[in-house]
Structures are given as C-alpha cells and as structure tokens.
Design a protein around this ligand. Structure first.
Ligand code: PEP
Ligand code: MG
Length: 932
C-alpha cells in the first residue's frame, strides 16, 4: 500500500488523532482529535510533516504522488462541505495554515480565504448578499497571498507594510479613520490596487486560478519552515530542523459575516494567574487575525454572554469537555459564523510560570492529574519566573504619588522591568549587546521581533490584548510585558512617543509592571520575588503568600520523587543559608580561594605567594590559618551536620596579585619591599596558559604547607563545631587530579593533619577525602583514582575545556557562532556535551564504582544547575548535583523530572541513550570563568 501523506478530518470523523503530533503537527493532530470527539470542527485535511522534508528534497516542490493524494482529499472536502473548489456558482474557500509538532506561534505563514477570484467573489456575493464582507475577505486574501507567497513585504526596519500604506492612503483619500468605514466599493478598489502593487513591485501576476493559488500557498507554508524568524525560534526553543511543518487545508468559516458572526481566542483557565475561570477575548464581525494581531482591542470573553448567549454557553461546555479530555489547560480558537460555533484550534495553553504551577496543583486537587504528572508538566526553567524581581514597593509608590504613572495597560507578562526605551527590535538587540537594559516599545509586536524581545528586559505595546503576539511570546519567554496601552502614540520615525501629553524619547528610562499593567516614567529599582521574600529575606510570612505556598507544594512533590540529592556551591555562611532555604542538602563545592578575597585576607595571601623561603611562607600561612578556620566554622554551623565539600586551593597564584603598576607599587609600599622585586616576582609567576599551568593539586604538591594549612583550618573548625554540639561532616576535595599519585600525595597530608588535629583537640569526627574529576586523565584512570578517593565530584567546567580543548575564558568569541552554525547543539559550558564530556563522565562512574562500589559521585561544575545536564547526571547514576543557591529549586525539579521521565537508577540505565534535552531557551550566559 502506498504511504499515506494526507489525513482527512470532519463531520464527526478523523483519520488522525492527538497522539500523531509528529506526523500531523500540533494543530492537525488536535483538529483531528476534536473532530473525532464530535466537536464542531470545519472539515479539512492535513498534509503531513513528512511531506515537508520531501518538499525540501524535491527542490521545494510537492511530489506528484502527494499532489494526487491532496486532490483526492480535496474532493472529499468538497463533498463534505457541499461546495466546489473554484466553482463559479458555489465556491469552496479554504484556509491554508502551518502547524509544526511544537507550537511556534506566528512564526510560519497562513493564508485565509483562498479560492477567491473575480468569479467566486461574485458567486459569494450572490450567496451572502453581502458585498462588503466578500470584498473585505478578498482584499485580506490578496494581502496575505501577496505578502506570503509573492513576497511583497516592508524593506527597511522603519517601513510600514506596503498593503497597510495603500489602505492608509485610501482612508486619507476618503477622509475616514477606521477600516470598518471602508465601503464594499472601497474594498473592491483595494483588491485592484493590491494586485497592481504586487505586479509592479514583484513582477508577479496575482493568480486567479484556485488550484494555482492552493499550490502556491501550500508551497509557501512549507517554505516558511525555513524563514529567518522560524529558524531563530527553533534555535531558541530547541526545535529540531528535521521536524518540519504540516499544512492544514480547511474549510473557511467566517467571523466577519455580520454582527451575528465573530471570532475569539481563549484559554480554558486564566493563563496569567492560573485561576479556574474561562478567560479570553473575542470580537464580533471580525476574522481571527484581528484578535491576535491586536489591530482592534478585543472584548473579554464574559461579554459574549451578552452578544451571543448560545455560543457562550456552548463554549463553556466545550471548555470542560476539552479539559477533561486533554487533562490540561487548553488554548482555543473559535469562530461564530452567522450564529454557528466552530472550533478552529486547540492546543495546550501557554501560561506564566505561576499559572503553570497553580494549574498543575489545582488539577492534582481535582484529581484530573496526579502529582507526578503535575511535575512532568512544569519546566524547571519556569521556576525562574517565580524567582523574578518585583519593584521596590516604596519607590514605586513614590513614583506614582509623584505623578510618574503614565498609563495602565494589560498585565500580560508578570514581573517588574526597568530599562531604556527602544522602538525596534534591531536596536533592542544592539543596545542589549552593549550592556544597556532596554524596554522594547512597539505599536504591536510581530514574529519578526522575536530576537529583540529576547534581548529586552520587558516589552511594552500600544495595541493588542492578552492573547496578542507580544503577550503570548513574552509569557513564554518569561519576559515582563505590558500590552494594549492604547494611549501610547508611538512615532517610529521620530523615535518618540506621546502618552497623555508627555513626550518620551528613545533612550529615556521607563518602568513597566507586568503584574499590574502599570507603566511608569523613569527608573525604579527592583526587589526580589515573593518566594525570595519568604525564603531568603524572611520579610514575608509564608501564610500571606499563595505564590510561595504553591511553589512549596511542588517542591515537596519533587523531593518525594527525585533520587538525586541537591547540593550547592557556596563559600560563605550567608550563601549557605540561602541555599538551605532553597532546599540544598549539603555543599558540593566550597571554593576556598574565594575566601582569600575577603576582608583582611588578601594581604597574608599575597605575603604567602611572594615569600622567598619556606619560613616566610609558613609565617604567612600562619596568619591565614585562623581566618580560614573562622570561615569554615561559620559554614559548618549553618550547614548543621549536612555534608560540606571543601576544595583545596585551585587557581594559579598570580590571580591573587595586582597586575597594574599602580597597584603593584601600592603593594610594594604596603609590604615594605621594592616595587622591582614585586614586579620580578609577578613576572616569574606569569604563565602563558594558566589554565593548564601551576594550579589545582599541583600547588599543594609543590607547596605542601598550603594544603596542610587548609586541612588544619578545616579540621580545627570541625573540632570547634563538634565541641558546640553541632554535627559536622567535612569532605576534603583535591582539585585537578589526573594521576592517582597526585591524589595519594595530598590525601596522606590531609589524613595526617586530621589525625593530628583530632589528637590535639581531643575530639573525633568523620571526614572524607576525595577528588574532582575534571581532566580527561582523571576520568580515564578513575578506577585507579577510586582506590584512594572516597568520593568524586565532576568539575565539568574544566572537564569541558580540557576535553574539548576550548578555553572556558576565551570561548565567547566563537562559541555563540558555533552554536548558531550548529557545530555544537548547545553551548557545552552550559549544557553537558553528552557525546564527548558525557562519555568520559560515564566511564569514570563505571570505572570508579568497579573499584569502590559505594563511591559517592556528584557534579559541581556549572552544569549542576542546568535541567538537561541534571537529567544526564541522573542517567549515569550520580548521587548528587551541586549548583548555585538560586538554581537549587530548578535542580530539585529537574532531578524529579529526570527520575520520572527516565527508567529507575540501574547500571543498565547508564547505558541507555540519553533522552533529548527538554526545550529550553538559548542563553548567552557567561562562561564559568577562572576569574573567580
Ligand atoms: C569545575 O571545573 O567544574 C569546577 C567546579 O571548578 P572551577 O570552576 O572552580 O574550576
Ligand atoms: Mg575546576
């Protein structure tokens, strides 16, 4: 049997279903599902995503056998609809829409009202007796087709759409303000003017033949998979190029057939707050684009009860059917044509992080889903949004009292953002690149603005509702967004806007509150989120914060499921306390060298480095000992018995010395030695490649007195803490070990010191000695190293740079282009390179545990807070991940999801090919730097 490429749906039947998203795309699969469960879906067919690949392989042409299949389905559609495609008496009109496996809102192309030409338009007028409606549909069709298929678009960034320019000139000529005042005759004239402009500017004739229109549209929709904004979006959300889009051809239904028609976009629950109320917008006598594009400001869905009570009641029913059927909050598009309701789309609704969490928690309470399913639905990165800043309330109050409140728009993306106004995406990107905080301010955003939106702190728009492009995309990105501020009169050409009599120019500061919709002139400082106020600042009572309570519930579920422990990288007692508040179960990395930069410590540290003799060095170390001891004791007390991994000094010594002559002279004066001597000493410590030079355990091996001092400080602090009745479990970690003998050298020294301190102090305590696995030889010889090490911790920052031969400090210049060119799927310093570094890690785990089956293994590189890398750590059987305090909640959830989405921990699990990383926003986060 020939392979099937086209799937029909409609009239209560469907050849596809919701589980066929890979083949039919999200839109096609759910249209089929809705049709299959008897919801009112206009009939149509889906050309599968496989055809998209065939299209590109076939020189951007749809293969002949697929064309034949489409023709067959078109016949069936004609039969179902009782209309003929291109029929001059009873014409069938269709929409042609894209629909990929993952939702890519507005990134690809759509053509509506296809099938219209002079003859079919006349037939439609005879049928509907509504010439204005027909010519309005016709001019929209020519406009979309002209743009999408024939390529008549704005050229420069400040240009307005050429079709809009024609409409504006027509309105001026007719001295009218609104599109709705254009008559049928005006619209008919627009159709002619559009066609003439297309011919003049592109050289193409507008096709009158319906079939030619259809093939042009199908080709353009497949072609739009590879347009610039779709490619940028795929990169941002990890959508593989190979997926392709499906094309949905569907009977047109019209929301602009008169006042008994309308169209709307809504959510089965409130997408911003998560409240269980029907939430959305509609417009009577309008087409779908009018709602999403924000050209007219739509009405809240509750008002539909007044405009069309029957449709409203039917939609209420459908919202419950959909939630029960899909067991999730759905985003729907509907059209009412002359009083009859049609469902045009449904998909799992995008929501704010808080709404995502609240909906999941509420659905668990209603037994629609279980706790585990709730966890699987919350992306770890969404938690970031809960930890986002809010405005300092006092400052904001003062700003409002001081008359700086400019306007209130729709609270489309929660959080607080302050920045300088820019009026287009190109500038937003450029300004952000040079370190400016910007608020992208647009009349309305379109998919072309995606990069600028990503670069901005927040987005402010003059038009559009809660489901406008700006609102949807901002929420998805976790950006602060205020939309639909009708009072903003933006003049792109002048790079200025007026709002209620005030003028604001490009570069002026503005503050937007995406939770309340307020837009305030000037800069307002931001404050931590409610979760942070409860957990970190302790200024908010948990009982007063529903946000916190919901967060806490999810965290508790995550903790029940995860098998990975979560530790933190912290060097100070306050950081350790924050991490515990976020749920950390221990310290996975205390970088002792960070402590040397503390108050009063850099002096003795420099003395130690500049010492000429052992005696001088020991004298300097003696000064450092009590300082380090205090630091460790502070951490041990806060950690109260939780394991604490302390790493002996790692970075090259020259990092502690001043590099500018002025500072070197100051140091010479302070130490009472000559500037020349300092200069010479610093020169002698200079390394061409310090990353591979005199650092890590090499320092402690050549200067054992440094390790000895540090071990003594650790153990004396442990003894001191134990004497206070507080449990303490120090784990001493030796960095940059490549050969087991390096580790044994340091291990002996550490153990000797531990024994001595226990004897001197008259207390015993448990402690471990282990190592970082952060250079390839360490991983390769992990079996030998595990003979000495009681634990391993993967230093994936160094392991990545040494495995890839890519300097973590110098990679910025080529890594982003590398990712853009898809040489690396992801920045390997952000997400573990599973096929390279990951192979070494897996090998080290297996070899290490062969020698020492109980070997405790963790990770403390930056990857420990990245969800995909946490999943990998789970897969290869690590015991814990360690990350910065603020990423601990993300790691807890990521670890839970890793446990849920992957087979239980077992030796065989480690061999299983790793699953694809969850979709995640591309980040330009700076590399973990040696400049500690
Ligand atoms: C590492 O290399 O991954 C690590 C944690 O150590 P550092 O970043 O201090 O080199
Ligand atoms: Mg390292």
């Amino acid at each position: 049997m020939a392979k099937k490429y086209v799937y029909f749906f409609g009239a209560g039947k469907a050849e596809g279903n919701k589980d066929m998203k890979g083949l039919l795309g999200g839109k096609g699969a759910n249209l089929a599902e809705m049709a299959g469960i008897g919801l009112p879906v206009p009939p149509g067919f889906t050309v599968s995503t496989e055809v998209c690949s065939l299209f590109y392989k076939n020189k951007k042409r749809v293969p002949e056998d697929v064309k034949r299949e489409v023709e067959k389905k078109l016949k069936r559609l004609e039969k179902t609809a009782g209309q003929g495609f291109g029929d001059p008496k009873n014409p069938l009109l269709v929409s042609v829409r894209s629909g990929a496996r993952a939702s890519m809102p507005g990134m690809m192309d759509t053509i509506l009202n296809l099938g219209l030409n002079g003859k079919t338009a006349a037939a439609l007028i005879a049928k509907t007796r509504n010439a204005r409606f027909v010519y309005d549909s016709y001019r929209r069709f020519v406009q979309m087709y002209g743009d999408v298929v024939l390529g008549l678009k704005p050229v420069a960034k400040d240009d307005i759409d050429p079709f809009e320019a024609i409409i504006e000139s027509k309105k001026r000529q007719r001295r009218i303000e609104n599109d709705v005042d254009l008559t049928a005759e005006d619209l008919r004239d627009l159709v002619a003017r559009f066609k003439a402009a297309i011919k003049q500017k592109t050289g193409h004739d507008f096709p009158e033949d319906s079939r030619e229109q259809l093939w042009g549209a199908i080709g353009a929709v497949f072609g739009s998979w590879d347009n610039e904004r779709a490619i940028a979006y795929r990169k941002m959300y990890d959508i593989p190029d190979s997926w392709g889009t499906a094309v949905n051809v569907q009977l047109m239904v019209f929301g602009n057939m008169g006042n008994d028609s309308g169209t709307g976009v809504s959510f089965t629950r409130d997408a911003a707050s998560g409240e269980n109320t029907f939430y959305g917008e509609y417009l009577m006598n309008a087409q779908g684009e009018d709602v999403v594009a924000g050209i007219r400001t739509p009405l809240p869905i509750a008002d539909l009860r007044r405009d069309d009570p029957k449709a409203h009641a039917q939609l209420e029913k459908i919202r419950h059917i959909l939630e029960k059927h899909f067991r999730d909050m759905m985003d729907i598009e509907f059209t009412i044509q002359q009083g009859k309701l049609y469902m045009l789309q449904c998909r799992v609704g995008k929501r704010t992080a808080f709404a995502a969490i609240k909906i999941a928690v509420d659905m668990v309470a209603k037994k629609l889903i279980g706790e585990k399913e709730a966890l699987a639905r919350i992306e770890p990165d969404q938690l970031n949004q809960l930890l986002r800043p809010i405005f300092d309330p006092a400052e904001k109050d003062a700003a409002i009292k001081g008359g700086r409140l400019l306007v209130k728009g729709l609270n489309a993306g929660p959080g607080a953002a302050t920045g300088r106004i820019v009026f287009n995406s190109v500038d937003a990107e450029a300004w952000a690149k040079r370190g400016e905080k910007v608020i992208l301010t647009r009349i309305e955003t379109s998919p072309e603005d995606i990069k600028g939106m990503n670069a901005a702190e927040g987005i402010l728009t003059a038009r559009g509702g809660m489901t406008s492009h700006a609102a949807l995309v901002a929420r998805q990105m976790g950006k602060v967004c205020v939309a639909g501020c009708g009072e903003l009169a933006i003049d792109y050409a002048r790079r200025a806007m007026t709002v209620n009599g005030k003028i604001l120019k490009e570069g002026d500061w503005i503050s937007i509150d995406g939770t309340t919709g307020q837009v305030i002139k000037g800069k307002i400082n931001t404050k931590p989120s409610e979760v942070l106020q409860v957990l970190i600042e302790k200024t908010l009572d948990p009982a007063q914060s529903p946000v916190y309570q919901t967060f806490a519930k999810v965290m508790a579920w995550a903790d029940k499921v995860r098998t990975l422990k979560i530790r933190t990288n912290a060097d100070q007692p306050d950081q350790s306390a924050n991490a515990i508040a976020f749920g950390a179960e221990g310290i996975g990395l205390c970088r002792t060298e960070h402590m040397f930069f503390g108050e009063g410590k850099i002096g003795p540290m420099r003395e130690m480095i500049l010492a000429d003799t052992l005696q001088q060095r020991k004298a300097a170390l003696a000064k450092l000992l009590p300082l380090q001891r205090n630091d460790f004791a502070g951490i041990f007390e806060v950690m109260a018995g939780r394991p604490v991994t302390i790493r002996t000094i790692d970075p090259p010594l020259h990092e502690f010395l001043p590099h500018e002559e002025k500072n070197q002279r100051a140091l010479a004066a302070e130490m009472g030695i000559s500037y020349l001597k300092i200069k010479e000493r610093i020169a002698s410590l200079h390394e061409f490649n310090p990353m591979l030079g005199f650092r890590g355990c090499r320092l402690g091996i050549i200067y054992p007195e440094i390790t000895e001092m540090q071990a003594r400080a650790i153990f004396e602090a442990a003894a001191q803490t134990k004497k206070k009745g507080i449990e303490v479990v120090p784990e001493v970690m030796i960095p940059l070990v490549g050969h087991v003998k390096e580790l044994s050298d340091q291990e002996k020294l550490v153990r000797r010191t531990a024994e001595a301190v226990m004897k001197e102090q008259g207390v015993t305590f448990k402690y471990l000695v282990g190592t970082m696995i952060e250079i390839p030889r360490g991983a390769i010889t992990a079996d030998e190293i595990a003979g000495v090490a009681e634990f391993f911790s993967f230093g994936t920052n160094d392991l990545t740079q040494t495995t890839l031969g890519v300097s973590r400090d110098d990679a910025g210049r080529f890594l982003i282009p590398y990712v853009e060119k898809e040489i690396f799927a992801k920045d390997p310093f952000e997400v573990i390179d599973r096929d390279g570094v990951g192979v070494l890690m897996r090998m080290a785990v297996e070899k290490g545990r062969k020698t020492r089956p109980t070997l405790k293994i963790g990770i403390c590189g930056e990857h420990g807070g990245d969800p995909s890398s946490v999943e990998f750590c789970h897969l290869i059987g690590l015991n814990y991940v360690s990350c910065s305090p603020f990423r601990v909640p993300i790691a807890r959830l990521a670890a839970a999801r890793a446990a849920l989405l992957n087979p239980p921990l077992a030796a065989s699990a480690a061999k299983k090919p790793a699953k694809k990383a969850p979709a995640k926003k591309a980040s330009k986060a700076s590399k973990p730097s040696r400049k500690h």
